[in-house]
Write a protein that binds this ligand. Sequence first.
Ligand SMILES: Cc1cc2nc3c(=O)[nH]c(=O)nc-3n(C[C@H](O)[C@H](O)[C@H](O)COP(=O)(O)O)c2cc1C
Length: 169
Amino acid sequence: MDTFTCIRTRREIREYLDKPIGDESLLRLLEAGRLAPSSKNSQPWQFVVIRNKETLNKIASLTPTGAHIAKALLAIAILMDGAKLPEIDGTRAIQNMVLAAWELGIGACWVTNFYEDAVKDLLGAPQRMKLVTVIPFGYPKEPKTKRNKMRKPLEEIVSYERLGEHSPK
Ligand SMILES: Cc1cc2nc3c(=O)[nH]c(=O)nc-3n(C[C@H](O)[C@H](O)[C@H](O)COP(=O)(O)O)c2cc1C
């Protein structure tokens, strides 16, 4: 799958098959994260792979918007240590992971709104670290083509030279 097709077709997936992600595929996701760029190449991340069902269920209960974590067989927590720009660096790694996953036919869906301190405690992470997300991964239950991708048209979000100038000069 070429990069643009991957970007164009990828959807957030919240329902997963009961089919485990193999070690080779998992390694590829982690490599994709590892290879991400970061501010001053500081690579301030730690990736915690979570496959314990009890832990997944517990984490799902520690966010009001992440019930789908409990439906996955695997999730990855992205923790940042000493990062100047934790959300930005972390998000670059996550986007690499989710695109690499999609190429392998694996879906994911970001979760926010964690009770962060409790999740960090559960994962044995020190409180100084920033939890960017715990993102569940799994083979999609639904056909990829089922939902349309709803995005604003380019004309609404692109300007040329000055904001609001929607036609190229
Ligand atoms: C920063 C960020 C936070 C998000 N938080 C949640 C969340 O807490 N729960 C959830 O179900 N989806 C969450 N999403 C998923 C978005 O709702 C999703 O990306 C958007 O609806 C587009 O989905 P699509 O690519 O399938 O069209 C989040 C996405 C991003 C980028």
